[in-house]
Design a protein around this ligand. Structure first.
Ligand code: HEC
Length: 157
């Protein structure tokens, strides 16, 4: 019984702790929009990348972009360029930079910065009159960014 309990505690702890090597959003180095190395030091999982991109509470990329490689997905919006063939147009480092913070590549873009915690126009003010304290959490984790990049790299024409 005691052993089982320890196992549960260990699993819980590993889920709550981000990968030790994860680069914090404020520490990401953009070289002309490019982010050369994995944010987690790990390879992304393309299948999970699809989930992140098509889930409203996560990346929700499909709200703005269509992707022909995902015929079963509903695309509520197409106000941004289709993502078909992005791996032919951009390198891995460029795609990682675009997903982490598109504004570093496309000045003034309205694509959300998915890996950013500071410098936002604070939400909250309009509702409560008070700005929330401290930094906001990033929309996606470093590993979710890597998973999205892994899937984008499969989109060749
Ligand atoms: C609110 C709309 C919106 C959302 C949501 C959004 N994007 Fe974008 N994205 C854009 C726009 C607009 C552009 C075109 C660049 C520009 O002018 O801002 C763009 C450009 C891109 C490009 C470059 C495309 C090319 O062919 O040049 C990639 C890659 C990309 N987005 C990936 C993503 C991913 C991955 C997600 C989800 C994690 C996402 N976008 C979510 C609006 C969006």
């Amino acid at each position: 019984m005691k052993r089982k309990l320890c196992l549960v505690v260990a699993v819980g702890a590993s889920l709550a702790t981000p990968a030790l090597t994860e680069v914090a959003p404020s520490e990401v180095y953009f070289a002309e929009g490019k982010v050369e190395t994995s944010l987690t030091g790990m390879q992304g999982d393309a299948a999970n990348g699809v989930k992140v991109m098509t889930t409203a509470g996560l990346g929700n990329c499909v709200a703005c972009h269509t992707i022909a490689a995902l015929p079963d997905v509903q695309f509520p919006g197409d106000i941004a360029p289709p993502l078909d063939g992005v791996a032919d147009r951009w390198t891995e480092a460029e795609l990682r930079g675009i997903v982490a913070n598109a504004k570093m590549t496309f000045e003034g873009s309205f694509m959300p910065a998915f890996y950013k915690t500071e410098g936002f126009i604070r939400p909250g003010g309009g509702y409560t009159g008070k700005a929330p304290e401290g930094d906001l959490p990033p929309i996606l984790t470093g590993q979710e960014i890597e998973d999205v990049v892994a899937f984008l790299l499969t989109l060749k024409e």
